[in-house]
Design a protein around this ligand. Structure first.
Ligand code: ATP
Length: 366
């Protein structure tokens, strides 16, 4: 019976990988929709590359199954998986021309030489480097070589494009440019893409879906907004963005809201999205950008907003924005990042801090 659910392009079912005693990937279930760009995000050693290498056929799962288009591929040899791969060291063949580099994956397929020429030409146009067929890799810049690596990966019209930290060897400016380039190309081709990174900005800016991993385990999956705004635990909140973690206890629950008494004695409101009850110990997560600070004497509280008093302890001017550490008393400080709208606050200055309950995200204490 049809369920109405579209078959995922890639599916991991109970996938696990052990290297001796090290469990690189813990039992993992995960699905990737056709045409989407999914990032595997997490700190070094969390198992991102191992997961990708299992899709590629470069590692064998210890347990579980991997499916592409509904077909189990655990035993499918690498060259029959129809995957495009781009890795950090884009590893073009230095003694082959750009044409031969890009055409490489087509040589082992049943494609005529005329078609190969045409496909290489189109792939080079796609990456906006038309006409470089006869050059050698050393005659191109780092960014251009990376685009050639992309052309080589897409020329075979892969079912899935695998990218492992493809931008990390590039300098910051080029990286930003290439990030947009990859993003545009992926959307233009509509090719399902799995992108490995440890860079949260890269993941947030490019992904349809992010899989956050830690020590081989899935921590959370979701679109960038949901992972950023509604982190499922402390680790995810900490890994993506600048967060304040304020411990407290639920003292009242009403109308979809909870009142939380925090360490300073202040009572803050938050939305009750997690079925919290009176007496629950909680951690309130507030992004540094979500607080607003006002000079104490000018502050007028707004109904329905949380506010409390503090004193500037430290500040770093960063041009468009300013990072402040504000002492709240009870040995408690918060970090806020404020757009530079008016003047800078001085160290020691008394301020009032405001935050919407909507931006106070509660999780149960771990
Ligand atoms: P990085 O960002 O540093 O590449 P990662 O998140 O991609 O890290 P993996 O490279 O997948 O992590 O490694 C996951 C774990 O598995 C690590 O503890 C690593 O040391 C271990 N590991 C990976 N490959 C092997 C191997 N071939 N033999 C033994 N252990 C391995």
């Amino acid at each position: 019976m049809a369920t109405g659910k579209k078959q995922p392009m890639v599916a991991f079912k109970g996938i696990m990988k052990r290297f001796g005693k090290v469990v690189a990937v813990e039992k993992m279930d995960f699905e990737i929709e056709e045409g989407s760009l999914v990032t595997l995000l997490g700190p070094s050693g969390c198992g991102k590359t191992t997961l990708l290498r299992m899709v590629a056929g470069l590692e064998e799962p210890t347990e579980g199954d991997i499916f592409i288009k509904g077909k189990r591929i655990n035993d499918t040899p690498i060259h029959k998986r129809n995957l495009g791969m781009i890795f950090q060291n884009y590893a073009l063949f230095p003694h082959k021309t750009i044409f031969d580099n890009v055409a490489f994956g087509l040589k082992y397929r049943d494609v005529s030489s005329a078609d190969i020429r045409e496909k290489v030409k189109r792939a080079l146009e796609m990456v906006r480097l038309p006409g470089v067929e006869n050059r050698m890799p050393s005659q191109l810049s780092g960014g251009q070589q990376q685009r050639i690596a992309m052309a080589r990966a897409i020329v075979i019209e892969p079912d899935v494009l695998l990218m492992d930290e493809p931008l990390s060897a590039l300098d910051e400016n080029l990286r930003e440019e290439m990030r947009r380039e990859v993003d545009n190309l992926q959307r233009l081709l509509g090719v399902t893409t799995i992108f490995v990174t440890h860079d949260q900005r890269e993941a947030l800016s490019m992904s349809d879906k992010i899989l956050v991993m830690k020590a081989g385990r899935k921590q959370q999956e979701g679109n960038p907004e949901s992972v950023y705004n509604e982190p499922s635990n402390h680790f995810v909140a900490d890994f993506l963005g600048h967060s304040n973690f304020i411990t407290g206890e639920v003292v009242d629950v009403s109308n979809g809201h909870v009142n939380v008494r925090i360490e300073t004695g202040d009572v803050l409101f938050a939305e009750n999205k997690g079925g919290f009850s009176k007496g629950d110990p909680v951690e309130m997560i507030v992004r540094a950008q979500r607080f607003d600070a006002f000079p104490r004497e000018e502050f007028e509280p707004v109904e329905g907003m949380n506010h409390f008093e503090g004193r500037i302890k430290d500040r770093s001017y960063m041009g468009g924005e300013v990072s402040y550490f504000i002492e709240l008393g009870a040995d408690r400080e918060i970090h806020i990042i404020s757009m530079m709208r008016t003047r800078l606050y001085e160290i020691g200055e008394a301020v009032s801090v405001q935050v919407s309950p909507h931006h106070c995200h509660l999780i149960h204490m771990e």
